[in-house]
Write a protein that binds this ligand. Sequence first.
Ligand code: GAR
Length: 200
Amino acid sequence: MLRVGVLVSGGGTNLQAILDAIDCGKIRNARVEVVISNNAGAFALERAKNHGIEAKCISPKDYENRALFNEALLEAIDSYHLDLIVLAGFLVTIPAAMIQKYRNRIINIHPSLIPSFCGVGYYGLKVHEGALARGVKVTGATVHFVDEGVDSGPILLQKAVEVEPGDTPKVLQQRVMEQAEWVILPKAIDMLANGEIALG
Ligand code: GAR
C-alpha cells in the first residue's frame, strides 16, 4: 500500500478527487496518511477530517523564520514515512532539503500545459488569466515531479482542455479542473502506486 501525504493551501477539490478515486477503486493500492496545509483556514483540512484522515496545519506564521518552518514541515513529513507526496494546490515553495530527500517522490498538479503559463507568478487563477490574455484556444493541466525549479520537473501526465468563446478566468479554471486536473492527478497516483510510472 503506497503511503501518500497530500499538501494543500486552499479549497482542496483536487484532494477531494483523490479521496473519491481511492473510495471508488480508481486509485488502487494507495492510502492518504495525512493532509498538511500551510493555511489554518483551508477548507481542504475539513475535507480530510470528514474523511477520517489526519489533518495538520504547519504555517510559516507560527515560526520565527523560513528555515525553522522548512525544518518543521520536513520533520512532520518524515514522521509519516510517506512513499509519495502530492502537492494539490500547495502554494508554498518546497524546501530544497525536502526535494533532495524525496526526489521523484513529490508530484505537483499545475493548471496549464507546461511549458506554457508556468513558473514564477503563475498559480491558481493567474494561470487562466494568462492563457485568456494570450488568446490560446487549448489549455489543460500537467502532473509533474517536483525538482529545484518552479514547475520544471519531469512531466508525468498532461490533458488538454478547449478554451471556449466568452470564457472568464473562473469559468476556464473550473473546466480545467473538471476535465483535466481531477482526472490526471488521481490517474498519476494510481500509476505510481501500481508500478506503471517509476517512483524515485
Ligand atoms: C488547482 O487549480 C491547482 O492546479 C492549482 O491550485 C488549484 C488548487 O485548487 N495549483 C497551482 O496553481 C500550482 N502552481 P484546489 O485547492 O481546489 O485543489
